[in-house]
Each structure stands twice: as C-alpha cells, then as structure tokens.
Design a protein. Structure first.
Length: 452
C-alpha cells in the first residue's frame, strides 16, 4: 500500500470567512439589484405620471373651431415657451400632420421620428424615450360642430437628463452604501470568527505547552461543544503518560527483579548446570512478566482461574536467596509446605515474596522467619507473616518506605523500589501490605492472600 501523502493544511477561519463572504456578496448583490430595479421603475412611473398630467393640461387649454384645432402660442407653463427648457409639446392630426407645436420645439430634432410613428388608439397613452427625451403621448377623439369627430394626438417630451441623473445618483449611493456595509460586515465577520475560534487557538496553545513540557494536560474553561474533545485529549494524554510511567517503572522493576538471579548465578560452581538453567529460566520469566505489566493496564481485582502454590513459591524464592546471601550468616526459617493455593498469578506471587524475603535478608541480623496460617477473621484467606530480627521500621516511616526510591538505610545496596513493587502488585488485587513489629524486634510484613 503506498504511503499516504500529507495534504497541505487549510485555514478554518479562511474557510468560514470565504463562505460567509460569498453568501454576503450574493445576498447584497441580489438586494442591490432588486432595489435598483424598484427605484428605476418608481422614477420612470413618476416621470410618466408627470408627463401625462401635462398632456391633460394641454388638452384642457385646447379648443376646436369647426374642424380647426387651436392652442395659444404662449402657454402658462413657461418652459413650453423657451427652446432651452427641454420641455416640448406637439399635437398631430389623424393624418400624422403637425397641427400645433410649442415655442420650445425650435431646437427639437426628433420631429420626423414623431411623425413617423403609427397612430395610437383613442383613449390610449404611451410612454417611452427617444433621442435623449422621454415622452408621453395620448390620442383623443373630438366632436366637432359639424358632427364629425376628428382625432388628435398629444405629445409631451422632456429632456431625460434629470431622470438619468437622479437614477445615477441613487445608484452611486446604493452601491457605495452596500460596498461600505459589505466592508463593515466582513470586518465584523472576521472579528466574530476570531472570537468564535479563540477556544481552538487556546487548545493549540495548550497542546504546544504540553509538547514543550510546560504542562501535562489541557487546562482552562472550554465551550460545551469542545468539552468532549478536550476531555478525550486529556484522557489520551493521561493514558500516554501512564504508559510511559509504566514503562519506566517496568524497566526499574526489571532491573531490580534480575538482581537476585544474577546474584545466585555469581555463587554457582561450574558444575551447577541445573541451578544455572533454573536461574536463566527465572530471568526469562521475569523479563516476560515485566514487559507484560508494562503494556497492560492495572487490574481492578483478581482474574478468575488464577492459581499459585504459596508453598512452592516460598521454597523456590528461599533457595535462590540462600544462595545469593550464602556469604552472610543468616537463617531462613520456612514452614513445612502445605496445601496453600492462592488466587494470584504465579509471577506476581514470586515478585511479592522475592522482594519481601530479600528485604529480610538485607536488614536482618541473623533470622528471617516465615509463617502461613488461616486468617482468623476470613476463612477464605491465608495469613502470611515474614519476620526478621533487624532494626525494624518505625510507625512514622512505614508509609514512606512503600514509596518508590524511598530507603531508610542508604548503606545497603538497592534502588528503593522493592516494597513499592510489592505495594503496586498487591493493589492490583485489592490487597494491602501491613507493616508491624516482629516478635524478634525487627520488621513484620503481613499479607492476607485470597485462597484459590
């Protein structure tokens, strides 16, 4: 399978701002176009109404003498009387002939176009634009004195520049205002995105601190939506830290556990092949056991089906320690083996007994005594007492001595992790190591081991 190619990362903020900007531009663009069309229709409609009113005013001032149409040369509306006013009025008969025009039409250049247009039906109006003018025309039938009804068409044309300027002014203000609103909204969106994504930046900052060793977990208050993420990250970090701690402890425990087999091997004679093989086998078991502990989580109690022989484990550990400490004049008093099955992993039991008995060999003066009895309060447990005649452990020091790298006597070799290993193993079974004073004046280690 080909290696996965790392794709370049993308900015979540840029993605949010880009999509929001697109939506905003589309919305404001549609809104602007709708407003532009609405205002344009409103201006054109207003212009058409004003021109139609002018047509009605012309119609009101008109007269018909026989079949002759008449309008005064000078009108009350002064703009009709000035060629520069931009307001022109024309009247055509049914034959598309000009029968009257205002004085302001002197410079009007669109007369030929007006005359060329087809007749509009009587009573109908028409609005349009031509040659820079907007116009309104309206046709009427006029009853003459001879009973005839001649037709006349009234035209009012006005310069379209004011209408175009009004429309252009509105459009400039509209699109300028929408542009300014867009910039303000984009800035607001950027600030909102920055504020909304701040918790993610906080997570990234805390992760950098964790990576640099300044912190061990994600701290602080996070939004409800990020809480599952931060909680899971903290659990992952705690699990990873616990795994590293277990590896470190396992390596230290491994080194500690291998000391006794190595010490025994140093005392062997060249012909002790069976004993050598036993110690090599024990070392192999220790390595496997400690590596397994390093990669598994702590147990919450005994596992069903586990069984170890307490008598056999005591004898095996005792033989090894007697060889390791053969140069010292010390006696290990073990009880006669009985049917002492305990609900523990055999390797766990060997680790516990090995550390406790080795502690006795280190600190006793001459005697290490082991006793196994049925617990008086719990018939399903074996009471194991390991006594020595050493200096003992004072009540004030009994809790501290169970910590890792805690040693009361710095003259003896060791790393101060043996009793801590015992405590950790027993804790995985829900058991507690009790420290008291032995009948010999030294230390007593008492265990209540569940019988299988």
């Amino acid at each position: 399978m080909p290696a996965e190619v790392n794709r370049p990362s993308y900015s979540l903020r840029r993605r949010l701002l880009g999509s929001a900007t697109a939506v905003l531009l589309i919305f404001l663009g549609i809104t602007g176009l709708a407003l532009d069309r609405a205002v344009e229709r409103s201006l054109v409609s207003g212009q058409s109404e004003r021109l139609f009113l002018r047509v009605l005013n012309l119609l009101a001032e008109s007269e018909l003498n026989g079949n002759d149409f008449w309008l005064p040369t000078y009108l009350a509306e002064e703009r009709y009387n000035s060629p520069e006013s931009g307001l022109v009025a024309l009247v055509l008969n049914e034959q598309r002939q000009l029968v009257w025009e205002s004085l302001s039409s002197q410079w009007f250049e669109q007369s030929d176009w007006v005359l060329a247009q087809p007749n509009v039906a009587p009573g109908k109006e028409e609005f349009g634009n031509v040659g820079g003018y907007v116009y309104e025309r309206y046709a009427v039938l006029w009853e003459g004195t001879d009973g005839e009804t001649p037709r006349f068409e009234f035209w009012v044309l006005e310069d379209a520049s004011p209408l175009q300027r009004s429309l252009q002014t509105f459009r400039s203000q509209l699109w300028g205002g929408l542009g300014a609103v867009t910039l303000v909204l984009l800035l607001t969106l950027w600030l909102v995105a920055r504020w909304g994504l701040a918790p993610l930046h906080q997570v990234a900052m805390h992760l950098r601190k964790i990576r640099s060793g300044e912190a061990r977990r994600l701290e602080g208050r996070y939004p409800r939506e990020l809480t599952p993420l931060t909680d899971n990250l903290n659990r992952l970090l705690e699990a990873e830290q616990g795994q590293r701690d277990r590896y470190r402890q396992a390596m230290a425990d491994l080194a500690h556990s291998l000391k006794t087999p190595l010490a025994v091997m140093r005392t062997l004679e060249p012909g002790d092949v069976d004993e050598l093989n036993e110690q090599i086998s024990r070392m192999d078991q220790i390595v496997r056991y400690q590596l397994q502990r390093a990669v598994t989580e702590a147990r919450s109690g005994p596992v069903l089906g586990q069984r170890a022989d307490l008598g056999e484990a005591l004898a095996r550990v005792g033989r090894a320690l007697e060889k390791a400490y053969a140069a010292q004049d010390k006696v290990l008093d073990l009880p006669d083996a009985g049917d002492w099955s305990v609900a523990m992993d055999p390797n766990d039991l060997l680790e516990v007994l090995g550390n406790l008995l080795e502690n006795g060999f280190k600190y006793s003066r001459s005697v290490i005594s082991v006793a196994v009895t049925r617990d008086s309060e719990n018939a399903d447990a074996w009471c194991l007492d390991i006594d020595d005649d050493g200096p003992g452990i004072s009540p004030a020091e009994r809790e501290r001595v169970l910590g890792r790298h805690q040693r009361l006597d710095t003259l003896q070799p060791g790393q101060g992790i043996g009793l801590a290993m015992v405590r950790d193993i027993l804790a995985s079974y829900g058991l507690v190591l009790q420290i008291d004073t032995s009948p010999f004046g030294g230390a007593r280690f008492r265990l209540l081991l569940p019988s299988a």
